[in-house]
Design a protein around this ligand. Structure first.
Ligand code: ATP
Ligand code: MG
Length: 506
C-alpha cells in the first residue's frame, strides 16, 4: 500500500510518523510517536473533509472505556487535516471474524456486543450518530472492546435532513433508510444488529455481487434467521426491521434484550439443534475457555411447572415446621398455642410464596435492586392483608369511624384497630423491602442452604417487631427464609475459571 508519508516524516509538529497502518474511505492512518514518547494513531483526512472534521470536532471530548479516544484535530503546514487518536494495538473485530467463519462462541458474541452497545448508547446520549459502525471500526485490545472511527458522526439534530448524498458507511451494515437520505440514530441500531448477526453466524445477513444488490436486499429481503440461536431470533428480527420505528428505541433497550436472553439457562435451552456455546472450529487464539453453564426451564410452562413444585414444597415444609412446633407445644398448653401455630403455618406459606413467585421470573446479575425491593414491599403488604384476614379483621372495624355518631370509646377502639392494621401491613411491607429476597432463590446461589440470610431476615424481622407487638411474625420470617432456600432449585456453581470467558491475545 502506498502512503503519502514514510517513516520518519514529521508532517505535524510534535509527532514522528513510524509507519502507515492502512487506508480507509476517508484517509490514511499512521502509527506515530509523539515527542514525549506517546504512541498515537494519526489519520490524515483526505476526502469528505467537511463531513469528517465536523464530526471529529464534536467528539473530541467524549470519554468512554469502549470508545477509541480522540486526542486532537490539527492542520499541517500543507493545509491537510489530521486526527490524533489513541493507537489501538489489538486486532479489529473484522480480523477476528475472518478467523471464525462459523461465528463466535455465543458468550463471547454477547460480551462484545454489550460493550459495543454501551459505546454506541453513550454516543447517542451525547447526540452523536456513529454512522460507520462495522467490524473494521471495532477493535479488541487486552480483552477490551473499543469502537473507533466515530469521526464520521455528526449531530443527531442535523442528521434528519435529507441533503446528505455522500455514500456513508459500508454497504453490508447500511440501514435501508440511508438510501432515502433521511435517517437518525436508528441506523446504528441496524448496524449493531448486523454485527450481532455476523458474530453469531460468521456471515452478514445480506450479501451479494454488487453494492446495489446488497442495498436492495437491505431494502426488501427479510434476513434469514434460521441459523440464529432461537433466543436471538426475536431480537434480531426487531433490530433488523426495515422500518426504523420498529427497531429498539435505544441501544440500551437493545442491550437489555441481549442481556436477558443471554442468561445461561436461555442460552442452553435456545440451543435445541445449536450447541449452547459454539466453539470455534479451529483452536482459537481469542478464546481459551468458553462458558457452558447450567439451565432451568425456559418456556413459560416449564417455569410455571418448576414454580408449582417449589410452592408445594414450601407448603409441605411449612406444615412440617409447624407440625414440629405443635409437637413441642403439646406437652405444655397445646390448645393455647394451636391458634398461633395455625397462623404461623398460613403466614409462612404466604411469605414463602410471595418470595418464590416473583423471583422465579427474575434473573440475578443485572437486577434493578430498588425496583425489585418496591415490588417485594407491595407483596409484603399483601401478606399483611392476609394476616389481617386470618385474624378475622373486617371492614366493620373501621366503619364506625365513618359514622358521625361514633362514641368516644368506639372511636378509640377503631383507631386502635386501625393502628394494628397499619402495623400489620407495614411490618411485612418493610421486611420484604429490607432484604434482597431474590438472592435466596437464585438457582446459582453459592450454597443451597445457608444460615446467614436467615439471620439477616431474623434481624430485620426483630427490629420491626414493634409494628406487630407479637413474636409470631418473627418466627414466620425466619422459617420462610429457610423454606424458600430449600424449595428453590439449586445448581452447584462451577469453578470460577470455567464460568468466565477468558480472552487471550497474542
Ligand atoms: P472507514 O474509513 O470506513 O473507517 P476503515 O476502517 O477500513 O474504513 P480507516 O479507518 O481509515 O479505514 O483505517 C485504516 C486502517 O487503520 C485500518 O486497518 C484500521 O484497522 C487502522 N486503524 C484505524 N484507526 C486506528 C487506531 N486508532 N489504532 C490502530 N489502528 C487503527
Ligand atoms: Mg475505520
Amino acid at each position: 500500500m502506498k502512503f503519502t508519508y514514510s517513516s520518519g516524516h514529521r508532517p505535524l509538529d510534535g509527532y514522528t510518523l513510524k509507519r502507515g497502518i492502512g487506508r480507509g474511505g476517508f484517509g490514511e492512518v499512521y502509527y506515530a510517536i509523539s515527542d514525549g514518547g506517546k504512541e498515537v494513531a494519526l489519520k490524515l483526512v483526505r476526502d469528505h473533509q467537511e463531513v469528517e472534521l465536523r464530526g471529529v470536532a464534536q467528539c473530541l471530548n467524549l470519554k468512554h472505556p469502549n470508545l477509541v479516544n480522540l486526542y486532537d484535530l490539527r492542520t499541517d503546514q500543507r493545509g491537510d487535516h489530521w486526527v490524533i487518536m489513541e493507537y489501538v494495538s489489538g486486532e479489529s473485530l473484522n480480523t477476528v471474524l475472518s478467523r471464525h467463519p462459523e461465528g463466535l462462541p455465543l458468550e463471547l458474541a454477547r460480551e462484545w456486543f454489550l460493550a459495543i452497545a454501551r459505546a454506541i448508547n453513550y454516543l447517542h446520549d451525547q447526540g452523536i450518530v456513529h454512522r460507520d459502525l462495522k467490524p473494521a471500526n471495532i477493535f479488541l485490545e487486552n480483552g477490551m472492546v473499543k469502537v473507533g472511527d466515530y469521526g464520521l458522526s455528526k449531530s443527531i439534530s442535523t442528521s434528519q435532513r435529507t441533503a446528505q448524498t455522500q455514500s456513508i458507511g459500508t454497504v453490508h451494515y447500511m440501514a435501508p433508510e440511508i438510501s432515502t437520505g433521511n435517517y437518525n440514530k436508528q441506523i446504528d441500531t441496524y448496524a449493531a444488529g448486523v454485527i450481532l448477526y455476523e458474530m453469531l453466524t460468521g456471515h452478514v445477513p445480506f450479501d451479494g455481487e454488487s453494492a446495489g444488490e446488497i442495498l436492495m436486499k437491505h431494502l426488501t429481503s427479510p434476513p434469514d434467521l434460521t441459523r440464529i440461536p432461537p433466543a436471538y431470533v426475536p431480537i434480531l428480527s426487531r433490530a433488523l426491521s426495515k422500518n426504523p420505528v420498529q427497531r429498539y428505541a435505544s441501544m440500551a433497550e437493545f442491550a437489555r434484550a441481549v442481556e436477558e436472553v443471554s442468561e445461561p439457562e436461555k442460552l442452553r435451552a435456545s440451543s435445541a439443534g445449536t450447541p449452547a456455546v459454539r466453539v470455534a472450529p479451529s483452536p482459537s487464539k481469542e478464546l481459551a475457555e468458553v462458558t457452558v453453564v447450567g439451565g432451568g426451564p425456559v418456556t413459560l410452562s416449564g417455569v410455571i411447572g418448576e414454580m408449582s413444585g417449589s410452592l408445594v414444597m414450601a407448603a409441605l415444609l411449612a406444615a412440617l415446621a409447624t407440625g414440629l412446633g405443635a409437637a413441642l407445644a403439646y406437652r405444655n398448653d397445646f390448645g393455647k398455642h394451636l391458634t398461633n401455630l395455625g397462623m404461623v403455618f398460613y403466614l409462612t406459606i404466604a411469605v414463602s410464596w410471595m418470595i418464590l413467585i416473583p423471583t422465579k421470573f427474575w434473573k440475578n446479575g443485572n437486577e434493578d435492586s430498588w425496583g425489585r425491593r418496591v415490588v417485594m414491599m407491595l407483596l409484603g403488604v399483601l401478606v399483611g392483608l392476609h394476616a389481617l384476614w386470618l385474624e378475622g379483621w373486617s371492614g366493620s372495624m373501621v366503619l364506625p369511624l365513618a359514622g358521625a355518631n361514633s362514641t368516644g370509646d368506639a372511636g378509640e377502639a377503631v383507631a386502635a384497630n386501625l393502628s394494628i392494621a397499619a402495623g400489620r401491613l407495614c411490618y411485612f411491607g418493610l421486611v420484604f423491602f429490607a432484604l434482597r429476597w431474590w438472592k435466596l432463590t437464585d438457582r446459582q446461589r453459592s450454597q443451597r442452604f445457608s444460615v446467614g440470610p436467615i439471620l439477616a431476615a431474623g434481624f430485620w424481622a426483630l427490629i420491626l417487631l414493634p409494628l406487630w407487638q407479637e413474636i409470631l411474625p418473627w418466627v414466620v420470617v425466619m422459617l420462610a427464609a429457610g423454606i424458600v432456600q430449600l424449595a428453590s432449585p439449586w445448581e452447584q456453581p462451577r469453578p470460577h475459571s470455567a464460568r468466565r470467558v477468558r480472552l487471550r491475545y497474542a
